[in-house]
Design a protein around this ligand. Sequence first.
Ligand SMILES: *Cc1c(COP(=O)(O)O)cnc(C)c1O
Length: 390
Amino acid sequence: MRERLSTRVAAASAQRDATHRHRVIRTITQRAGVHCTVDGRTLLNFCSNDYLGLSQHPQLIAALHAASSAGGTASHLVCGHTAQHAALEAELAAWQHAPRALLFGSGYMANLAVLQSLLGAGDVCVQDKLNHASLLDGARLAGCQNRRYPHADAAGAARQLAAHPDGAALLVSDGVFSMDGDIAPLPALAEAARAHEATLYIDDAHGAGVLGDGGRGSLAAAGLTIADAPLRLITFGKALGSVGAAVVGAADVIEHLRQTARPGIYTTALPAAQAAVTRAALALVQADAGDALRANLHANITRFRLGAAQLGLPLLPSQTAIQPLLVGADADALALSQHLETRGYWAAAIRPPTVPAGSARLRITLSALHTAQHIDGLLEALTNLPRTRI
Ligand SMILES: *Cc1c(COP(=O)(O)O)cnc(C)c1O
């Protein structure tokens, strides 16, 4: 007998409720930097990816206001590719010291595009267990073998590559892990890829703009060039304060993606206005203003980590803007998040399947716009918690 979808949906909903996995969407009615108004109350935001506070920067807003079209009008290959898009691609390539860049509507689509365009049956994608969901989905879509190695284990990656000597191979890792905040062992991964004739693909969603000279990202910070790490993802929705993404790499691979990547071909281009916004962000992150914002952010990271260590809080070992406070049980993470909200702080609880079962956490993120008082206030709110909670 045919299963009714309504029955299935009801069962899934009941299951979410029973396991504290129902997610509640919050509506922001006003935002000014790290201050958000939610349900009529102003909260200090500690869970945004706007690490440099660029999303409301006057130069980005001015770029948006200067636009003469609100829409994307068509896909890039038909008639949606404007001079703003072309300039952004050229500027991204120059910034990354890479031959070329190709725009996508989002990082999620770009990851589907790269894996699906470059890999197929008989090929292998070797990737970190904690990689972003879009990379797991991309491998599934590609129809290749998908082999996951233990987190940050470059020797494990090398073993997986050695076990699949035939077919093409991509070695894929987040540069900065989105839910843990730690940085991948990039030089060792580059070495493993070289030794096994695989192509290294680094998703730098959380490194671009914040790490390395000129905000070039985790690879630049690790001293790796395009020769060591030939393919990378830059997303615009995090430190760059915009939206969209680009894959950066060798001219022939980029041209192949332009010609064949379905998530790039069968979709409307982002509006030229949005490309202009990203160009403004890119100019800022490479300027003295970017250095100043990165210095603020790193001072905030240091202050938070020192304070948290004094309180004995179970922070994960992260040196980036992502500072997860490990809780464990889903219900406890929710309770802690709600406790902080009563004190005026917003740090969302992150639960499975976004993170592995039993590792629910508060994913606290820091911004260049937080002040020392904001950080100290959050630490104060994390003091004297019932010990069972964390
Ligand atoms: C956010 C994120 C993406 C997706 O990028 P969007 O532009 O938001 O779709 C991809 N990879 C990682 C590691 C991310 O954190």
